[in-house]
Each structure stands twice: as C-alpha cells, then as structure tokens.
Design a binder for this molecule. Sequence first.
Ligand code: F6P
Length: 542
Amino acid sequence: MSRRCDRTSAWSALQAHFAAQGAAQDVRDAFRQDPERARRWTVEAAGIRVDLSKNRWDDTALRLLLQLADECDVTGQRDAQFRGDSINHTEGRAVLHTALRAPAGMAPFGDEVQAALDEMLAYAESVRERARQGGLTDLVHIGIGGSDLGPAMAVQALAPFALPGLRLHFVSNVDGHDLAAVLPQLRADRTLFVVASKTFTTQETLANAEAAKAWFLAAGGTDIAAHFAATSSNRAAASAFGIRHVFGFWDWVGGRYSLWSVIGLPLAIAIGSAHFRSFLQGAHAMDRHFAEAPPAQNLPLLLGLLDVWYRNFHGFGSRSVAPYHQGLRRFPAYLQQLEMESNGKSVDRDGEPLPYATSPVVWGEAGTNGQHAYFQMLHQGTDVVPVEFIAVRQPAYGFQPEGELKARLADQHRKLLANCLAQAQALLQGKTAEEAAAERAPTANPALAPEVLSRHRSFPGNRPSTLFLLERLDPASLGALIALYEQRVFVTGAIWGINSFDQWGVELGKALCNQLLPRLDTGNVEGLDASTAAALLWARGG
Ligand code: F6P
C-alpha cells in the first residue's frame, strides 16, 4: 500500500538525518574515510556504468531513501506500469512505452506491437533503398515536443550509424523561419516529408505540414503519396490531410515516451532496422534491470532517490546535464521535456496540493562548450547545482580516420575525457583561499590585497556530480541511457505521488493562443489585460 512521501516515517527520518548532518556533509571527508567509496557507489546496468560517489549522501541517507521507496510502494507502482494498469488516471490510460521495446511474445499487446514495428521497419528499408538508388536525398521530419525531440536527438547521437547520402532535417517551430531555412536545400522529387503528431491536431505541426505541401506542389511535386508519410495515433486526420502512408500507434504511448513507436521512423530510416532493433533491445535491457535488480543496485531507483534527496531535503532547484559527446548535444533539451513535462506538477494523484517541491529545472549543454559559458556559476556561484557528466570512452566518427588526422582526433578525444573528469574533480575538490594565495596568478591585478584576491580565486568544492560512463555511443547504449532516464523520472514521480504522464499545464496557453489569433486580425482588445492588449496592438503594427 503506497503512502504519500511526506507522510512516511522515512520522510521524517530523512529530515532528521539531513538536519543532523546532511547539509554539512563533506564528500571529500567521505572519500578520505572510505577508500572503497567510489567502488561501493558505482552501479552498472545494461552497459552503463554510473558513479554516484561524488554525491552528498551516505549509507544512512541511502538506507532511509530505500525505506522511503518501500513505504511509497515504488515496486508496486513499477509493476503496475509494466502490467499496463491505467496509471495515467487523469486521462484513463495505461503507460506502456515499455511494451514497444519488449521482445515478441513478452509484452502486453505483443502481436499488435510487433506487427506495427515490422510494418514501420519495412517502410524504413524501402525509403533507404530509394535513397541508395539516388531517388531520395532529403527527409524532412515535421513534428514538435515528443514528436520531434526524441527522433532529432537520437538521429544526431547515432549519426555515425546513418545511411550516407540521405540528409535528415527536423522542423518543429511554428516560426516559419524553421521550415524556410530547410526548403531552399530541397528538390521536390527527391524529398520525403514525414509528418509526426500523436494527435494530428498540433498547431505548429499542421501549419508546417500545410506549408510543406504548398511548397511541394509549387516546386513541381506531383505524387503526394510517395513524398509524404505520417506517424500518428489519429490515422483519420492524417489521411484527411492527404497522406497515404500513415503509421499508427496507441493512446497508451505518451508523446514524450514515443520514440520507441513509429515516431522513431526517421531514426529507423537513418540507421536501418537492425540498428533500430538493437536500440529497442538496449532500452529493454534497462527495463529488465529496473524490474529485477535489487533496490540497492537498481540504477533508476537510486537516481530517482538521489533526485528526491536533493530536491526535497537539500532544496536544490536545478540539475545540469553535461554530455561530453557532441552527438548528445540535444540530450539536455530532450530531458527537459521528459522530466519537466512529466514531473512539473503541484497536486498529488488525488488532486491535493503538494506541500513539497517536484521537478527541478533540468538544463545543460554539451561539454566542453558549457565549460566556457556557465560552468563559472557551477564552480563559484551561490547555488549548488548537481551536475551529471556523460562520457563515452570509444569515439566513432562514421569513417575511419587515417594518418595525422587519426592521431589528432585521438588526442582530441583524450582531451575531451580529461576535461570531463577534471570538471567533476574540480567541483568536488575546490580550492581554499590559502591554496589560491600560494599560486601565481599572472593576470591578477597586483594592486589588489592578496587576501582579497585569493577569496575571488577560491572554490568552495564539495559540489555534487554523477558520472555516466558509456563504453561507446551506439544504438543499444543510447536506448539503455534513455530508458534509464525514463525510469528514473518514473521513480521520482512515484515517490512524489503525482501523475507523471499527463500534461494539462500546456493547455491554457494553447487555448488562449487560439482566442488571440482572430484578435490579431480584428484588433479587438476588449476584455484583455492592459499588457496583453498593448502587445497585441504592437503585433498588428499599431
Ligand atoms: O506540448 C504538449 C504536447 O502535447 C506534448 O506532450 C507532445 O509531445 C507535443 O505536444 C506534440 O503533440 P503531438 O504529437 O500530438 O503533435
């Protein structure tokens, strides 16, 4: 029987533990006292090794957090997810994206899922063949939110596995500059448009799809059936748009969890069916780990508990994700939807307002770029921001570099990894004012008192971070990495007692936009607040 987290005995015990030592805990001391700390706090699952040791927690905190998971019945909630119970209760839906990556015969709806996958992969292979024959040079994927971020991120991440000669473009924004930047690169008879929308009602996607169709016809395109496909759970609307190849999916696949469904079509086209299946297998391996591993070794559980510990006890308001891999540069944006749309809620499942915080702000940038932008604040700012570093040991460039280039790229990869490890080390280690004073600082102002200067140049340290270590970034490891984050978001939502699978918070803005649109034509500002009225008149050029 699940209890709300703040009404459990573990919650009070965690508060007491935090008050006694949590804030003061110095991870540097913990490393000094326990030579086994790095080993003890490192867990591996589905090929992903995660070192949790640089975080501000100890054995007592972990024991109490595991007790919290128990009292909140995370295991029971997890099983309900995998079983296909209607856990998205505000929409009366099951949450079964895990069924999309389970092997044939295992998942609920197994046959239906496998048939849809086979159909989508057969189409993907036919598109790849058209590209190989030179009949297709460009694919334009039109979708937004969960119908864009996943495929766009994964296609970028797995670029070395992609079919050469087929360019993939992702258009999402209702801002016509997005589509307009792509169209001049295209030839109508060599382009495939894929319109992705679960509902097929999304303003941005329909606007871009209509514009793309208009461009296609004006550019001499004739065969809409051969040049447009759709992925949607609203087949009727996609067909009414004039699209013949419509690949369907089900309402039990949430938009931000839909990469595993036909929404993954551009990825399947880019990397081919064998790699796409291995992407699904990687995710499934992580699901099995989540379902079967004991709590103290269960990676999604541990990460979810760490999130709760930081958000609700330490009071950290954000978490930064730093993938040290250029292919993962859109991963933070992908995680923003996954985490903040899922867990940015303020009532529990019964609709009761929550007295505790939920989703932190999730943000980040690929390393090393972030180091030259916001890492200053991570090291010396007043807020503590836990950082997640993602490192990949073996690079893959999509071609075999040779000669001097090979040596130079290998050197750059060493530099990349050294930077990643050094940032985590610096956050932990810090630098005292005395250490700063003992150093030469050639660019410092000699007129400044040394003790003042050394305060500017010192680092508090003890800043938490987690290392995600991947042997290589390939379809299986990317699948496992995404599933790890999905299940971790599930765990935090389960502990917070919220519905992580609806997104009512996006509705109001959509509705008001639809009301404002005709006012932009008429200039009627009646009933609007004064600020909106003034901005509307400005938008009309008045
Ligand atoms: O922004 C809200 C949202 O409903 C997301 O949850 C979803 O991923 C996105 O819009 C796109 O929706 P659709 O796939 O129906 O076009």
